[in-house]
Ligand binder design. Structure first.
Ligand SMILES: [Cu+2]
Length: 68
C-alpha cells in the first residue's frame, strides 16, 4: 500500500530527516520518500500492520502535521 501525505511545517533538511526517521520507525512501514520542496511524504507500508492514523501520529510526534 502506498500513500502520499501532505506535510505541514517542514522547512529544511533536518525536518525531512526527522520526519523520515519517525515514519521509518513505525512498524510495517517499508519505505519513506520525502519531497521537502513540495512538502510531501510518500510512504509505502503493509496495510495489515499500519494505517493512516498511525502514520499521522508518527508525523505529529516529531512536530509536524498532516494536511488533509
Ligand atoms: Cu527544519
Amino acid at each position: 500500500m502506498q500513500t502520499t501525505l501532505k506535510i505541514e511545517g517542514m522547512t529544511c533538511q533536518h525536518c525531512s530527516a526527522r520526519l523520515r526517521q519517525s515514519l521509518s520507525n513505525v512498524q510495517g512501514v517499508q519505505s519513506v520518500d520525502i519531497d521537502l520542496a513540495k512538502g510531501y511524504a510518500n510512504v509505502e507500508y503493509d496495510e495489515s500492520m499500519v494505517n493512516q492514523a498511525a502514520l499521522g501520529k508518527a508525523v505529529e510526534m516529531v512536530g509536524y502535521k498532516v494536511m488533509e
